[in-house]
Design a protein around this ligand. Structure first.
Ligand SMILES: NC(=O)c1ccc[n+]([C@@H]2O[C@H](COP(=O)([O-])OP(=O)(O)OC[C@H]3O[C@@H](n4cnc5c(N)ncnc54)[C@H](OP(=O)(O)O)[C@@H]3O)[C@@H](O)[C@H]2O)c1
Length: 129
């Protein structure tokens, strides 16, 4: 990002990178915030693999929401643009239904704490462009 900003006349409007509870990318997110660049989640549900995480499942039970809704609400409260993918109509509707509840600070921190820098996609630092 620093190389790009140094060499271009216009700032990118958005940076879409892999982001989910197992890969929170706090440093990059903060950098984008400071630069006024929107931070967008790629694979916000970790390709569906984080939906069975016990912490996420427990929070779903607490708030009476699905695990997907918990993760998507965590994104919104963190000011992360999030566009999950589903081929199921009911899930698409459910995934958009995240504006009628709010995660507490403690529960936001519990999800932050799941970070383990785990990628489901390729690592751009190791990709041969
Ligand atoms: N910029 C690009 O060119 C480009 C191209 C491709 C993908 N993408 C990114 O890829 C992401 C989408 O694909 P992804 O698969 O990598 O990530 P994802 O959105 O993290 O996960 C999608 C998976 O979660 C499942 N799922 C979605 N909602 C669910 C729910 N409510 N309950 C249970 N399972 C649910 C889906 O299954 P079902 O579909 O069976 O419901 C699918 O297997 C988007 O974030 C997009 O940004 C970007």
């Amino acid at each position: 990002m620093q190389n790009l900003l140094a060499d271009s006349e216009m700032k990118p409007m958005v940076n879409q990178v892999e982001h989910h509870p197992y890969l929170t990318q706090k440093e990059l997110h903060q950098f984008c915030k400071e630069q006024g660049i929107e931070f967008e989640a790629w694979s916000p549900l970790g390709r569906g693999r984080i939906l069975t995480d016990p912490v996420i499942v427990e929070l779903g039970e607490k708030y009476k929401k699905t695990p997907a809704q918990i993760i998507l609400r965590w994104d919104l409260q963190n000011e992360v643009v999030t566009i999950p993918k589903s081929v199921h109509k009911e899930r698409i509707i459910d995934n958009a239904n995240v504006f009628d509840f709010e995660l507490s600070i403690e529960d936001m921190q519990a999800i932050d704490g799941l970070n383990r820098n785990e990628r489901f996609g390729q690592d751009p630092d190791k990709l041969d462009f």
